[in-house]
Design a protein around this ligand. Structure first.
Ligand code: NI
Length: 164
């Protein structure tokens, strides 16, 4: 089972590479990522969060089916924005209100390699945008003012450093 990576792991700060082919290995990885997501009781998980520099993420929201996004591309974002509190499995214990477009339309491949388009609003739109950021080395606190971000960063302790 892949293990979660935590800030400031390098892999979380890099731009991920496109998945060249939706191979059996990629299908297995996406299934394992859903397992890690469920165990951590999160809503979404991107490949860099399990140490893989790949453009792939999974989402599983209550009352919805699990979704896999491979090589996702944003087609459109709404002009309307919404402010919602975000957290991240790779920055445990840290939360902040983040302003983002309220809606987003994305094209991607699923775990079977099939191309699909989803037009999302609400929580799904929010989690898609958060996970997409992970593929570009962007974390939710990067959307805050430098001062707010610094305040959160100072308080944050990675789980490994808590143990030592
Ligand atoms: Ni995250």
């Amino acid at each position: 089972m892949p293990e979660l990576t935590y800030f400031p792991d390098e892999v979380l700060l890099q731009k991920a590479d496109p998945v060249s082919e939706v191979s059996a290995e990629i299908t297995t990885l996406s299934q394992q990522m859903l397992d890690v997501l469920h165990e951590a009781q999160g809503l979404g998980l991107a490949a860099p969060q399990v140490g893989r520099k790949l453009r792939l993420f999974v989402i599983d929201l209550p009352n919805d089916e699990p979704r896999t996004f491979i090589n996702p591309e944003v087609i459109e974002t709404s002009v309307e924005e919404s402010l919602l509190e975000e957290g991240c499995l790779s920055i445990p214990g840290t939360f902040a209100g983040i302003l983002r477009p309220a809606g987003v339309r994305v094209q991607a491949r699923n775990a079977d390699g099939k191309l699909f388009t989803v037009t999302a609003e609400g929580m799904l739109a929010r989690v898609i945008q958060h996970e997409l950021d992970h593929l570009n080395g962007v974390l939710f606190w990067d959307h805050l003012s430098p001062r707010k971000r610094e305040r959160l960063q100072k308080k944050y302790r990675a789980p490994q450093s808590l143990e030592s």
